[in-house]
Design a protein around this ligand. Structure first.
Ligand code: AMP
Ligand code: MN
Ligand code: MN
Length: 326
């Protein structure tokens, strides 16, 4: 049988589906960030206000710096047995449902809604609401809230502003459009707690994290006339500093920030796998480079999981970057 070609949906179609269903599972991607969680919480809160039943699936723990988010205490890796057959699984901020991890029970395509802003989204859902020009999945959710006529209260506003601030790196990345800033201003007027987000997500660091940062900086290497900077973190460095994987988020931006650097990579050899974060200042498409190795993301920010050992990962990633013009 020939599968019908997946397609993008419009806000009206998605809103109709949301009105029709009674039970929802908001699904966030592994190693969750502020966008995947904030987008799901914002829509989840709005749906609850319409009397719907909402659960939040996440197979990893909520990172310490995102536990201030409303609903974060409700996140679970174990879904109850009494979910109706027509529960809608809402995948937020992932181009492929597999990014939800291997602990999510099998879900029929019929029951998948895909809400995202990544390049090259696989359009894996029954409905796919993907807006590549939005800076965060939370901004994509705002279109749905408007279509639903759902009021944005302070809790929802804080969730959405978190998605914007995390995915724009605190309004610094090139995806910080005038529209993103205007929406952020509106969200602050609606009660979004920008100070809390700034403190929790960007400013407060554990001492162990700062010590780890020092180790990663000490291990920086430069190639291609200084245009490519990479470094790594492994289990031993975590043990020596008392830090953990959560403390490695954002460190790749320090590498990209070094004078003369166009592309940066941070290799995280933690718990038996190597996850690679790639960042670009626009000269090289790191989404395409990551896609060559089974990963994905955006033009200037992408990631992948490398199957192999660290020296092979260094080589494989450099080769993929060279193929994309490094
Ligand atoms: P990170 O470096 O983990 O902050 O990820 C940067 C971007 O790449 C985000 O948009 C992620 O969703 C995406 N990304 C990270 N890892 C993967 C992966 N293994 N597969 C697809 N996309 C990924
Ligand atoms: Mn994300
Ligand atoms: Mn995102």
């Amino acid at each position: 049988m020939i599968e019908s070609r997946p397609r993008s949906s419009n806000a009206r179609e998605v809103a109709e589906e949301l009105r029709r269903r009674r039970c929802f599972v908001m699904v966030s991607h592994v190693k969750p960030d502020g966008d995947t969680l904030g987008a799901g919480f914002a829509l989840g809160i709005a749906l609850k206000r319409f009397g719907k039943r909402v659960l939040y699936f996440q197979q990893d723990a909520v990172p310490r710096n995102l536990r201030f988010l409303p609903e974060s205490n409700l996140v679970t890796a174990r879904l109850p047995a009494d979910l109706p057959d027509d529960a809608l699984y809402v995948f937020c901020d992932m181009s492929d449902w597999r990014r939800a991890g291997d602990r999510l029970p099998a879900v029929l395509r019929e029951n998948m809604l895909d809400i995202d802003h990544h390049l090259g989204n696989a359009l894996f859902g029954k409905l796919n609401f993907v807006l590549e020009n939005e800076c965060s999945t939370g901004c994509v959710v705002v279109h749905l809230l408007r279509e639903l006529g759902a009021p944005i209260d302070a809790a929802i506003a804080t969730c959405i502003l978190t998605t914007i601030m995390t995915d724009t790196g605190g309004f610094m990345h090139s995806n910080t459009t005038p529209e993103a800033l205007e929406l952020s201003a509106q969200l602050m007027r609606l009660g979004a707690d920008k100070e809390k987000i700034t403190q929790e997500v960007f400013l407060r660091k554990r001492v162990a994290a700062t010590k780890l940062l020092g180790r990663i900086i000490a291990a920086m290497a430069f190639e291609h006339d200084g245009r490519y900077c990479y470094s790594y973190v492994d289990d031993a460095m975590l043990a020596q500093t008392g830090a953990d994987g959560e403390d490695t988020e954002d460190v790749v931006n320090v590498l990209l920030g070094q004078d003369g650097v166009d592309v940066a990579a941070l290799f995280k050899a933690i718990d038996g796998e190597i996850r690679v974060s790639l960042r670009s200042n626009g000269a090289v498409n790191v989404q395409a480079a990551a896609a060559r190795l089974g990963g994905g993301g955006h033009f200037r920010a992408s990631g992948l999981t490398f199957d192999g050992r660290l020296p092979e990962a260094f080589e494989g990633v450099e080769r993929a970057l060279i193929a994309e013009g490094l």
